[in-house]
Design a protein around this ligand. Structure first.
Ligand code: GAP
Length: 440
């Protein structure tokens, strides 16, 4: 039986505040009052978001021989979105409250206006979520362009190019990480649902008769990716969509859900897209998008299994899962127990004192670590305060340089989670961290 974890109603506020205060995520255009649930990633956030994407790329592309990468354009012509079905069906049901005039997504409000409590609404209208723009200086039909609402279509339109240039054959995949845009009616919950966000998607092309097997394979592989990067199993579950809830292209979708402070909600979707996309693009473009199997002398349109994750949404889940408060030396500390692969800084180099005697050796230590690890360097305030600051942003290791270092050429390494300290010779420091981080 599934045990529902306990809700911490304050957790989202705590993480949102920490993210702002410590330079992970800022409201965009804040000096102008902010801009419609849009966010900027600060000095620590940009490191962490890159780490999330790098961990995904490593598991999907670097460590596999059957998946290649792609970086397609964000802007595209209407023809792509006509073929994909997005022009016609990528809509949410929009209703207006008849009392306070607020606009809502009908399927998210249970018939009651979250603003004023009214139950009177206009009839729902289909609202297309794509951002429309214009490419070139002349307005008109010929210059209409759309910002992609998913990275997937750039993969399908390049299917023949990738096949021709890589000589891959099914089963094989094409992976892509990048920005997507959706004119969400109600963006909400910090970076959970925003209008501009980053996706990490992979389209896995397979012989049709192996679709079920690969569908199950990718659901498990993606579930395990989150576990491996430190999300506790109790905060993750799989949710298979009912047939009537499937997107226009899907023959089966399973969401990997995370237990957010507002309850279970989507983290990633794994879909069996069948041959929908390749068939549609072949029909609309007139270019054959199929595969000729020389072994069996058969030509077929591959099916596609798609694990589609959000990088920005995953970062939020990693932050929420990592946030803890515990007691160290009689004081409450907040600590992000992030896997070292995701942490904005791997190591903080902390000279015990600002005195000039320690400067030379501290710089030497920093210079020796920086080519291998993302490092912070902090000389201000007491060492205790500096440890807390690093704990709060998830830095797994602190290196303290003290006056004894000048004699024994060794430093103190402190572990974020256990707060245990060990003395390590400077000459062995890089190897020491390589060993600590070599497990994965
Ligand atoms: N190509 C399939 C596709 O785009 P999706 O379930 O609509 O499927 C995949 O999106 C993932 O992208 C979601 O599971 C979520 O992690 C992320 N995502 C979607 N819309 C988002 C939004 N408005 N803000 C942040 N992340 C979003």
């Amino acid at each position: 039986m599934e045990v529902t974890p306990e809700l911490d109603a304050d957790l989202l506020d705590k993480v949102t505040n920490l993210a702002k205060r410590r330079g992970f995520i800022f409201p965009s255009a804040e000096i102008y009052g902010g801009f419609r649930s849009t966010y900027d990633y600060g000095p620590l956030g940009v490191n962490m978001l890159r780490n999330v994407k790098q961990a995904w790329w490593r598991s999907m592309v670097q460590t596999r021989h059957d998946i290649v990468g792609l970086d397609a354009a964000i802007m595209g012509p209407p023809a792509v979105w006509a073929a994909s079905g997005h022009l016609e069906t990528f809509t949410d049901p929009l209703v207006d409250c008849l009392v306070c005039k607020e606009r809502w997504r009908e399927d998210k409000i249970d018939g009651v206006c979250p603003n004023c409590g009214s139950t009177k609404f206009t009839a729902p209208r289909a609202f297309n979520l794509m951002f429309k723009t214009q490419a070139g200086p002349v307005e008109g039909e010929g210059s209409t362009a759309y910002l992609r609402p998913e990275t997937a279509q750039g993969i399908f339109t390049n299917f023949a190019n990738v096949l021709a240039t890589t000589r891959k054959k099914p089963p094989f995949g094409i992976a892509q990480v990048g920005k997507s845009f959706r004119n969400e009616i109600t963006p909400q919950n910090f970076v959970f649902r925003t209008r501009e966000f980053e996706q990490m998607e992979m389209e896995y092309f397979i012989p049709p008769d192996s679709a079920e097997e690969w569908y199950r394979y990718w659901i498990d592989a993606r579930f395990n990716w989150y576990l491996d990067l430190g999300i506790p199993e109790a905060l993750l579950r799989k949710h298979e969509h009912a047939q009537e809830d499937l997107s226009h292209y899907s023959r089966g979708t399973t969401d990997i859900e995370f237990f957010y402070p507002w309850g279970w909600d989507e983290l990633e979707g794994v879909a069996n897209r069948g041959d929908y996309d390749l068939t549609q693009h072949a029909k609309h473009s007139g270019v054959a998008l199929d595969y000729f199997d020389q072994a069996t002398n058969e030509r077929y349109t591959p099916y596609v299994i798609e694990p589609a994750a959000g990088a920005t949404r995953a970062m939020l889940a990693f932050l929420l899962a990592a946030y803890h408060e515990d007691e160290v030396e009689g004081e409450t500390r907040s600590v992000l127990r992030l896997d070292w692969r995701l942490a904005p800084y791997h190591v903080a180099v902390l000279p015990l004192s600002k005195k000039p005697e320690l400067e030379g050796v501290s710089t030497e230590v920093l210079n020796s670590l920086q080519p291998h690890f993302m490092c912070d360097y902090d000389v201000t305030q007491s060492i205790g305060r500096r440890y807390r600051r690093q704990d709060e942003v998830g830095t797994p290791y602190c290196v303290t340089i003290d006056f004894e270092t000048l004699n024994d050429r060794a430093v103190t390494v402190r572990d974020r989670d256990t707060t245990a300290q060990v003395r390590v010779p400077i000459a062995e420091l890089t190897h020491h961290f390589w060993n600590l981080t070599a497990t994965s």
